[in-house]
Design a protein around this ligand. Sequence first.
Ligand code: TNX
Length: 523
Amino acid sequence: MKTILKATALLLIVLLVSSCTQQKRNLDLPSIMLTTDFLIPHPLEVTATNGSFPLDKYTAITTADDEAMKDVGLFLAEKIKATTNLDLQVNPSGTNGVETVINIQFADDFETDNLEAYRLNIGKDEITLHAASAAGAFRGIQTIRQLIPEQSNNDLADYSIWTIATGEISDAPQFKFRSAMLDVARHFFSVEDVKKYIDVLSYYKINNLHLHLSDDQGWRIEIKSWPKLTEIGGQTEVGGGEGGFYTQEQYTDIVNYAARRHINIIPEIDMPGHTNAASLSYPILDGTGKELKPYTGIEVGFSTFDSRKDTVYAFIDDVIRELAALTPGEYIHIGGDESLVTTKDDFIYFINRATKIVEKHGKKMIGWDEVVHADMNENATVQYWGKKENAQKGAEKGMKVILSPATKAYLDMKYDEESEYGLIWSGYIPVDTAYNWSPETFADIPMESILGIEAPLWSETITNFDELAYLAFPRVIGHAELGWTIQENRNWDNYKTRLANQAPYLKREEVKYYPSKLIDWKE
Ligand code: TNX
């Protein structure tokens, strides 16, 4: 089957290219050097051949005959349209007027089973993108987008040409899990805000977004079998604002939007602590015995479910069943952090039962690092945020580890004394500190145990997209590189220049990043 696809694709290219030769334009293209100056994450291997490919109104996009690949082609065309106003045809039926092509195809000759691997061959009249999967092709088109210059050259012809340097880029991620987390519980963020975040994350090859959907201050996802969760628990947030929640339809809209960008959504219901909003909605769940009140402050650690009550597990079973049905991805996060008023025995008992419920609904459990004290095995993943010993203990139990050390990866920490938003409990995290660490060695655990890295953005101090952008950008861009790029290709001085060059893109996307003075931002 693949051979037939390949043969058809090849025929199409031959037709396209031969039509080029018939009516070849006499373009005198400059020779330009392929560099990584605009690329984040830094790719694995780059070879320059010092020519140029003209992207202009005579360029078309062709793809393998496969729905997901066609959609990658359409996505690229949409993004090129948005920045250059060019209307590139995707898989045109005729070859009329086509002189150069961006051709997106499968290849099975990649050395590893790394599905996000891709290879770009940029020639003078064809850019070929070979990928191990549609996800790999999607990562590859981000590289193409980053290679398109901001300015067109208008002196080469009587129309605009964006010249792309020729050469080859071979690329694949170091970690298969590269994630960001958004806390929509402390302050609620609209579907539009989440989509905008997803869009920019996908430009930097992030492949997971973890949504922290419940906490003491609010419950943010409609659960049809327990409607008061959103009727009562969804109506509050930090500071006394009106809160909000996603209907299941809206949540699915987010999941699908992310899926088109090859980003998986990981839902988190934080338990047994961080559950004031749930217990306020259904007091039978409460294990504190104290009077339940809406909570709009930012303290942690005062709430807990009653871990010895069967109703609590019937509730969790319903919640996880509904959530699993909305979740195409393999993971569900059950929290487990800072359950300071749950006894150790109760905590272990609770995590064991909640983990089994996640597995019963066909998903894999992720928990914050405290969960390693329960009966964990290789099916479960620990997210290291506070205690290195917990990450190590998890790895010893065969768990996979996600690295989110609060001193490096937390996007909600202030950059410096001047920062308008953010907390400082784990210290200031300027842009260089956020970048200058090695996920490979940070927790002293074997590389085989590391699933990848995640940058969490807790929302106690932020209420809208601009404030989110202030804390997340530019630091999350560095985390995207830490997840993708091997250590020998990472270097702060070199990264600093590449980051400075992101300014026009971020401006175009209306991302009001923190203009750190450590970076010589490009105008
Ligand atoms: C710790 S990190 C928390 C969150 C807070 C965050 C603020 C973790 C698993 N728990 O509840 O929002 O600090 O930085």
